[in-house]
Design a protein around this ligand. Sequence first.
Ligand code: AHR
Length: 498
Amino acid sequence: MSTARFTLDPAFTIGEVDPRLFGSFVEHLGRCVYTGVFEPGHPSADEQGLRTDVLDLVRELGVTAIRYPGGNFVSGYRWEDGVGPVDRRPRRLDPAWRSLETNRFGLSEYMDFVRKVGGEPMLAVNLGTRGVQEARELLEYANHPGGTTLSDLRAAHGDKEPYGIRLWCLGNEMDGPWQTGHKTAEEYGRLAAETARAMRQIDDSLELVACGSSSQAMPTFAAWEATVLAEAYDLVDHISLHAYYEEIDGDRDSFLASAVDMESFIENVVATCDHVGARLKSSKRINLSFDEWNVWYQRRHHAQTPPDWEEAPRLLEDVYSVTDAVVFGSLLIALLRHADRVTVACLAQLVNVIAPIMTEPGGPAWRQTTFFPFAQASRYGRGQVLDVRVESPTYTTAKYGEVPLLHATAVRDDSGAVTVFAVNRGQRDALPLEVDLRGLALEDVVEHSVLADADPEARNTLDDPERVAPHPGEGTELKDGALRTVLEPMSWNVIRLA
Ligand code: AHR
């Protein structure tokens, strides 16, 4: 068995983790909102109809920024439908998901939810069927203290204090032909720039996210970013990236290497942003908002019969295996390894819809396998990311060629404690790991937590909600300035050193 190795040196860092790297996403889609976060009448519901069992799990998960209300949904949404007296809110068709939207949950309920979980709002405006004026009105309704028709309307609706939303998305996936109001890069670039300019006329301290590509595989990828940024470079702070991964035709080896694509996507977008910056002779740096990422079995979803305009249909309710959680952990490692430029990231989504938390209407809420890597990364992945250059045996994949078996990163917090996050991509063999802790005054292995299972298909379900959970790793030792351990086959590992 050959050994994987890397060196940790406090002098060599990638950058500070922005807490918003551990964001998530709540869309009006399927049961994410209705019977997910919001279910008046549920035994655990609070006075506002939020499920407190879900609130507890969201807090445990450690999510920070929460993107809302979509997603494809936002491109046909009228924000005015979701404010004011509930009994006067309209019922509308949601063509994005062929569902019926009651608007029982809207901006005020979302802000209540965000406050209760201690998150940061991240609001998307509709640039599919709407434009500059509606975005500006929404901003005034949400953030202006008072004394105007729209801000006074918010107060009349019960929210006297402005919401103070700083982070805004200028539309969603406008490069995708499936998007309501889909645009060319030129059309969207102009609209994004003009919307940003109008919003900044009200508040120049906003942080704005322009739509990048819906995946690296889009035919317009990179040209889209370059065109949009040529229009909007000085007016926006971030460009978005979206990526979903799934195992296709039983090719698990490639699936386990999904982060290779995610890392190259990030690096290509960084290069494109910096290329535009260089052309504009700008010293400003555009950062990345990876505001949709996850494992998602999209092919299965597309093979299903679409809903027939029901309220809160069961949609995209993927049940994640241990294998999915290991890939998911590797995606988290990819984000951390690029923390210098990825300053916002949103796990899509939060509840029921390709989510780490599942619920039953009127019934319990439970943790999917992917819950654990996210909660651990959010808890221990705060501080400086150390520069990890892995030396590892490789394996062959159909999609990405030779790929290192080890995928890893390490984060050093303010106290000097270091957490190593590591994935062994090998399906069959354990992987010995040796880490040279040069210059780090570390003495103890506080914990080695492992997510792996003899059954790679093991999952948590309504009937067996605690089937999968992390277990302690064995034989991990810190001696003579080196960490030595053996990573189980196909495993996600969190090794905490103090
Ligand atoms: O997260 C599910 C969907 O995926 C979102 O609505 C859309 O933005 C993306 O295509």
